[in-house]
Design a protein around this ligand. Structure first.
Ligand SMILES: *[C@@H]1O[C@H](CO)[C@@H](O)[C@H](O)[C@H]1NC(C)=O
Ligand SMILES: *[C@@H]1O[C@H](CO)[C@@H](O)[C@H](O)[C@H]1NC(C)=O
Ligand SMILES: *[C@@H]1O[C@H](CO)[C@@H](O)[C@H](O)[C@H]1NC(C)=O
Ligand SMILES: *[C@@H]1O[C@H](CO)[C@@H](O)[C@H](O)[C@H]1NC(C)=O
Ligand SMILES: *[C@@H]1O[C@H](CO)[C@@H](O)[C@H](O)[C@H]1NC(C)=O
Ligand SMILES: *[C@@H]1O[C@H](CO)[C@@H](O)[C@H](O)[C@H]1NC(C)=O
Length: 372
C-alpha cells in the first residue's frame, strides 16, 4: 500500500514538485466532479515537542479518491488507509513545517496544506538580579528574562511575590525577551521571595498548561533617616576613668539588621546594640589612657548607607586633680573634725549656760519660782 513517493526531497526538487503540482491543478480541465471535493487534514497531536512524531490523516469525501499521499521534508511512513482517507506518521519533527496532503478525485488533483507546530519549553526563565538593598516606598522594577519557549503566541509570563501574582504579560517575540512589572517596595517585602513563571497554554490544542519557574530572589528593603545619630558623651573626663557612651538613631528599618560601630579614636568600643521598633541604640563604656581631646565616632550602616556622628571628649589628667581633691577632702575632713570637737566643747558649755539661763529666765517665772 506504501506509495513510493520519496519521503525526502532536496529543497529545489521540493519546490519544483510544488510548482508542478499547482500547474497540474491549473491545467486539469475544470468542471470535473473532483473539483467540488476538498482534502481535509487532521493532525494528532496538533503540536509536538522537537523530535516527536505526528500522525496525519488526509481525507476527502470524494468516493473515488485515489493515490492519497503527503508531501513533506520529513521522514514519513504510511500507517493505514481506507475509503477516502490515508494516514501517515511524520517522524522527527524538528521545527514548524508546512506539508501537503494530495490525491486524485476523478482525475482531478486535490491538495491541502497544513502546518505542524512545534512547542518548546523555555530554556531560561530568570528573574533579573534585585538590588542588594532597596529603599522602602521606592518603585522596584522586576524584570523576567526569557529565552526559548514556543509558540510565543501561547506563552505568558507572570511575576510573583511568594505565591501572590503581581502581574502578567504575554511574552513578546525576540530572543531573549523581557517582561517587567513595577511595584512599590513595602516593609513586608523585606525578606520576601520574588520569582517569575512562564505559562505555555496549549489547552486549546488539547495539550495542557506547561509552567516553568525561575529561581526565587530575596528582596531586602530598608529605610534610613537623613539625620545623623545622636551621640551622648561627657564633655570632660579623666585619664583611666570609665565613662558612658550612647549613640541612638531613629527611623531605621529593619533596625536589627543595621551595623553599628562605636570607636574612641581608632579603638573599637564593642558596643551593646539593641533595637526597639525603628530605634537603634548602642551603648558602651570608654576609658582614655592619655589626656587631651579624644574623638568618639558613632556610625550606623544599613543598605549601603552610613550615617556618622563625632564628638570630642576632653580628658584631664587624674593625678594632680586627684591629689588636690584628696588633699581638699582631707583638709575639709580635718576642719570638720576640729569643728566638731569645738562644737562639742561649746555645746557642753552652752548647755550649762542654757541651764543657767533657763533657771533665771523671766519668761518662766512659775518654773523659776517652783525651782526655788
Ligand atoms: C482518518 O479520517 C477518516 C475520516 O475522518 C476516518 O474514517 C479514519 O478512521 C481516520 N483514520 C485514522 C487512522 O485516524
Ligand atoms: C532528527 O532530526 C535531526 C535534525 O534534522 C537529526 O539530527 C536527528 O538525528 C534526527 N533524529 C532521528 C531519530 O532521525
Ligand atoms: C502555514 O504556515 C504558512 C507560513 O508559515 C502560512 O502561510 C500558511 O497559511 C499556514 N497554513 C495553515 C493551514 O495554517
Ligand atoms: C525564599 O526562598 C528560599 C529558597 O528557596 C527559602 O529557603 C525561603 O524559605 C523562602 N522564604 C520565604 C519567605 O518564602
Ligand atoms: C519546564 O516545564 C516542563 C513541564 O512543565 C518541564 O518538563 C521542563 O523540564 C521545564 N524546563 C525547565 C528548564 O525547567
Ligand atoms: C574635635 O576636635 C577637633 C580638634 O581636636 C576638631 O577639629 C573637631 O571639629 C572637633 N569635633 C567636634 C565634633 O567638636
Amino acid at each position: 500500500m506504501a506509495t513510493m513517493v520519496p519521503s525526502w526531497l532536496p529543497s529545489g526538487a521540493y519546490w519544483i514538485f510544488l510548482i508542478s503540482l499547482l500547474l497540474v491543478a491549473c491545467l486539469l480541465p475544470p468542471g470535473a466532479q473532483g473539483q467540488e471535493f476538498q482534502m481535509r487534514v487532521e493532525l494528532q497531536p496538533p503540536a509536538v515537542l522537537p523530535g516527536e512524531s505526528v500522525l496525519v490523516n488526509c481525507s476527502t469525501d470524494c468516493l473515488h479518491a485515489k493515490l492519497i499521499s503527503v508531501e513533506t521534508y520529513l521522514l514519513w511512513e504510511p500507517v493505514g488507509s481506507g475509503r477516502g482517507w490515508a494516514a501517515f506518521q511524520l517522524n522527527n519533527v524538528t521545527g514548524d513545517t508546512q506539508f501537503f496532503c494530495f490525491g486524485l478525485c476523478d482525475d482531478f488533483q486535490i491538495v491541502r496544506s497544513s502546518n505542524i507546530t512545534i512547542y518548546r519549553f523555555p530554556e531560561r526563565v530568570e528573574l533579573a538580579p534585585l538590588p542588594p538593598w532597596h529603599p522602602l516606598d521606592k518603585p522596584l522594577l522586576l524584570s523576567c528574562l526569557l529565552s526559548g519557549g514556543a509558540p510565543r503566541a501561547h506563552l505568558t509570563v507572570a511575576l510573583f511575590k511568594g505565591e501572590e501574582e503581581l502581574g502578567r504579560q504575554p511574552a513578546a517575540k525576540g530572543e531573549p525577551t523581557e517582561v517587567t512589572v513595577t511595584v512599590s517596595a513595602s516593609r513586608d517585602d523585606h525578606g520576601a521571595n520574588f520569582s517569575c513563571r512562564t505559562e505555555l497554554d496549549l489547552r486549546s490544542q488539547g495539550l495542557g498548561l506547561f509552567q516553568n519557574s525561575s529561581a526565587p530572589r530575596k528582596l531586602q528593603t530598608f529605610a534610613m533617616p537623613v539625620t545623623p545619630p545622636r551621640l551622648v558623651v561627657p564633655q570632660f573626663s579623666e585619664v583611666e576613668t570609665l565613662w558612658p557612651v550612647e549613640c541612638t538613631l531613629d527611623g531605621v528599618f529593619p533596625a536589627s539588621e543595621a551595623q553599628v560601630q562605636l570607636a574612641l579614636g581608632n579603638q573599637s568600643l564593642n558596643p551593646a546594640v539593641v533595637s526597639h521598633g525603628d530605634r537603634l541604640t548602642a551603648t558602651a563604656t570608654a576609658k582614655a589612657e592619655q589626656k587631651g581631646a579624644h574623638e568618639i565616632v558613632c556610625n550606623m550602616t544599613l543598605g549601603g548607607k552610613t550615617l556618622e556622628t563625632r564628638e570630642n571628649v576632653t580628658i584631664q589628667s587624674q593625678n594632680p586633680l586627684a591629689i588636690t581633691i584628696s588633699l581638699g577632702v582631707l583638709a575639709i575632713l580635718g576642719l570638720v573634725i576640729i569643728a566638731a570637737a569645738l562644737m562639742c566643747v561649746f555645746r557642753v558649755q552652752k548647755q550649762s549656760d542654757t541651764y543657767q539661763v533657763n533657771q533665771t529666765s523671766p519668761r518662766q517665772p512659775k518654773e523659776a519660782a517652783a525651782a526655788e
